[in-house]
Design a protein around this ligand. Structure first.
Ligand code: ADP
Ligand code: GLC
Length: 479
């Protein structure tokens, strides 16, 4: 058995703020269990919901020497879908009502997490062949491994993979102000770990990891260019030999219109007509005018600049006044977007609704009940929402960037192909014209629309293919 350990800051179903949790919660299930013993380690946040906490049992603990002195590291474990999850415990670091707080706290917290993972694994007797680290929060694991465990027999066969889910988030802070990094050699802190005179966890991880992956092929190319590199494009070009793009899948068990417990009416590609009941229910529940002919555009998202909401705000009034569409928004994030969407919802009742919260239930209802799904991201490493929409036969309208470009094929009315609508430039007018086009297809050629729904639902974005690519990567590294 090859031992794989995922180390990350979130994972479904225990703790989720975005797509990272979906990936960490799904990919391990789809790796071949005959070859791989895959486990996951997460922080034991105080904010993990109580019912899930009850599934955890205490395993072990130790005290490790760290810059602040002897630090407590506890481990709990729980099984989810046949995968063993470890929860690294320390109330000092993992308290609070969300996984992330201020960056100056977070750098210290995740530096602790990274070194604590390495400190506790010998006690767990689990020496990974591959330590698969996700995002900046786990990016220091390869660093601490090379700097502190060089001659440690326990880790002699351990290789590291770092997956970048979003290059914008790098874990940056003042070099001398990160207590849990103070004992790293100066050559590291002021060398590989330094970028633009700051400490940069992601950069260090990229340079120290044996392999680096990101979550789509297009994004792997984009982060090597100045426009998409978030300041690290030079580093990405430097490591291009060990960099690969592997597109995400989604969990077809969790996102399944035939069995989804949140839906009013279950359906499949053979019974698309039943999707309409979900639309009717959605309109009712959200206070939208119950009108089967209005094209409902769904948005489920973190409300941040990345997701393209400046474009949406720019055209919202013109769209609502000139097209018979409805908009169902679910999201939370930056106040400026929350406020603008609430403003539109107040001004156009019955035509737009804005739920400013995080809700799995509402998300599933929108994915199933909407006709189209809008995702005009400025950049998008992979994007899962468009994949979920397609699974529910809800046609994505996306900007051609990163994983959106790799997963949504633009509609072609001559060849009758495609799984959605897309536009190239980050331009509100261009976006509105593509929404108009989508609406024309929806309204004037319902057969074409229906066939596109079928193509979406038939397209395969399950984890199967991509899991095989990760397996090949692990085996290549191990051998
Ligand atoms: P990102 O990870 O950048 O936020 P993704 O498209 O990869 O974007 O994944 C977002 C995930 O988070 C999807 O599963 C989406 O349904 C979910 N999500 C985002 N916002 C909300 C919300 N307000 N309520 C429920 N689920 C949400
Ligand atoms: C990040 C990215 C998103 C990606 C997700 C999972 O949050 O923003 O595009 O789908 O990670 O990899």
């Amino acid at each position: 058995m090859k031992k794989i350990l995922f180390a990350a800051s979130e994972g479904n179903p225990f703790i989720k703020t975005g797509g990272l949790a979906d990936v960490v919660g799904a990919l391990p299930k789809y790796l071949d269990k005959k070859i791989f013993d895959v486990r996951v380690i997460l922080p034991n946040y105080l904010c993990i919901p109580e019912p899930l906490k009850h599934t955890m049992v205490y395993v072990t603990e130790c005290y490790a020497d760290m810059p602040r002195g002897q630090e407590y590291i506890g481990v709990y474990e729980a099984m989810a879908d046949g995968i063993r999850y470890y929860f690294l415990d320390n109330r000092h670091y993992f308290a609070g009502d969300s996984p992330y707080h201020q960056i100056y706290e977070d750098v210290n917290k995740f530096a602790f997490f990274s070194r604590a993972v390495l400190a506790i694994l010998p006690k767990l007797g689990f020496a990974p062949d591959v330590l698969h680290c996700h995002d900046w929060q786990a990016a220091l694991i390869p660093v601490f491994l090379k700097e502190f465990y060089q001659n440690d027999g326990f880790y002699q066969h351990t290789k590291t993979v770092l997956t970048i889910h979003n290059q914008k988030f790098q874990g940056r802070w003042k070099i001398d102000d990160i207590e849990n990094c103070k004992d790293l050699p100066a050559g590291c802190r002021y060398g590989a770990m330094e970028a633009y005179k700051e400490s940069n966890f992601l950069k260090a991880g990229i340079l120290y990891a044996d392999r680096v992956t990101t979550v789509s092929e297009t994004y792997a190319a984009e982060i090597q260019q100045q426009a998409g590199g978030e300041g690290l494009d030079g580093v990405m070009r430097q490591v291009s030999g060990k960099l690969a793009g592997i597109v995400n899948g989604i969990d077809y068990d969790v996102y399944n219109p035939r069995t989804d417990p949140y839906l009013a009416s279950h359906y499949s590609v053979k019974s698309i007509a039943r999707k309409k009941q979900n639309k009717k229910n959605l309109q009712k529940e959200l206070g939208l005018t119950v009108d089967p002919s209005a094209m409902v555009i769904g948005i489920v998202s973190r409300l941040t600049e990345q997701k393209g909401f400046d474009l949406v705000n720019y055209i919202m009034e013109e769209m609502l006044q000139t097209l018979p569409v409805q908009v169902a928004i679910l999201g939370a994030g930056e106040p400026r977007y929350q406020e603008s969407f609430l403003y539109f919802a107040g001004k156009y009742p019955g035509q737009i609704s804005a739920l400013i919260t995080y809700s799995e239930e509402s998300a599933h209802k929108i994915y199933a009940g909407a006709d189209a799904f809008l995702m005009p991201s400025q950049f998008e490493p992979c994007g899962l929402s468009q994949l979920i929409s397609m699974r529910y036969g809800t046609i994505p309208i996306v900007r051609e960037t990163g994983g959106l470009k790799d997963t949504v094929e633009a509609y072609n009315e001559i060849w009758h192909t495609g799984t959605g609508f897309s536009f190239a430039n980050y331009d509100a007018v261009e976006m509105l014209s593509i929404i108009r086009y989508a609406h024309t297809v929806y309204q004037d050629t319902p057969e074409e629309w229906k066939n596109m729904i079928k193509r979406c639902m038939d397209s395969d974005h399950s984890w199967q293919n991509s899991a095989a690519k990760y397996e090949a990567l692990y085996l290549d590294l191990i051998n």
